[in-house]
Design a protein around this ligand. Structure first.
Ligand code: GLN
Length: 308
């Protein structure tokens, strides 16, 4: 017999599928146009159960959903003080690629906007025989519970469309927030954005955050609880860019979106939710992703006020 959760997700998928509007991200390798009709929803619980409907196992680019995981890796590597010195923890309400640096210090407002993510990417070093990118991809893989990889062809088109991120990286270097080669920071950031994930992977990654940093299936502690606490706090206030206020009001879960069409939301102590649907609104958030999270939050009482 089908579980009530499975049944609920199936009817939700059918319902939200009807929602129109939005445009998929335009930057992609030739012949890999995103299909606006692709739509999947996955819910993973902290005890390792996964419910999935629709397009759950097709890979797409993680894009900005990489930011909280790299932020956590930098915090684990260097400690809070060293990272905070470079990147603040204040909501900016800015679009993701805003040239938003504090006057004088040039400190980016948070690690969820590109300026902050570039600063974080510049901090992550190789070690133990692994390059910085390898360490980043390995970290995401431990969250997902399977080996992920960064797509070369996605990276190649991303770097050709990166004038703004290039400018940001050099600006950050001019104020010494980035202390090493800014073009290397940009490259590492775009390689992390090009990591390929499925909706199921994102749900497992979210469930790992919900589970205090321990992957529900492998049992591996990937991040310490204090790192998870910080990452989720910044996601709560800044994960949805300039839509963050509306998001917290209507969904009330720490979340992160990416222009690849993924959306990830976390209910601490309980579950991770992931949605894949490429059409994006003007903020770069997935239209169906947003609506799905709103509906799930309401129907399953996942808003932090109700879930408490
Ligand atoms: N590659 C994109 C960029 O930095 C990622 C943005 C996003 O997912 N919002 O421009």
């Amino acid at each position: 017999m089908e579980s009530p959760i499975q049944e609920y997700l199936e009817s939700l998928l059918a319902d939200v599928q009807r929602l129109r509007g939005g445009e998929p991200y335009r930057v992609h390798p030739l012949g890999r146009e995103p299909n606006p009709e692709d739509f999947g929803i996955c819910l993973a619980t902290v005890d390792g159960r996964v419910y999935s409907v629709g397009v759950a196992d097709q890979e797409f680019s993680i894009q900005s959903i990489s930011k909280p995981f790299s932020y956590g890796l930098a915090l684990a590597d260097y400690g809070f003080d060293a990272v905070d010195e470079k990147v603040d923890v204040e909501p900016s309400g800015d679009p993701f690629n805003q040239i938003s640096l504090a006057p004088v210090t040039g400190r980016p407002p948070n690690a969820m906007v590109n300026a902050g993510a570039l600063a974080v990417a510049s901090m992550i070093r190789g070690g133990g025989g692994k390059s910085a990118v390898r360490r980043i991809v390995d970290t995401y893989s431990r969250f997902a519970g399977r080996d992920l990889s960064s797509s070369r062809s996605v990276f190649d088109v991303e770097i050709r469309h990166s004038d703004r991120n290039h400018a940001l990286a050099y600006l950050l270097s001019s104020v010494e927030v980035i202390e090493n080669d800014p073009s290397r920071a940009l490259e590492n950031y775009l390689r992390q954005c090009s990591v390929q994930v499925t909706c199921r992977d994102l749900a497992m990654m979210a469930a790992t955050l919900a589970n205090g940093g321990t992957q529900p299936v492998s049992g591996e502690q990937v991040f310490e609880i204090d790192v998870v606490e910080r990452v989720l706090s910044v996601m709560m206030t800044s994960g949805m860019y300039d839509d963050a206020g509306a998001w917290v009001s209507s969904v009330g879960m720490p979340a992160k979106s990416g222009v690849g069409g993924g959306t990830l939301a976390v209910l601490p102590g309980q579950a991770g939710l992931a949605v894949f649907s490429p059409p994006l609104d003007g903020h770069g958030n997935s239209v169906r992703g947003l609506e799905t999270c709103r509906r799930v939050s309401k129907d399953m009482e996942m808003h932090f006020v109700r879930a408490a």
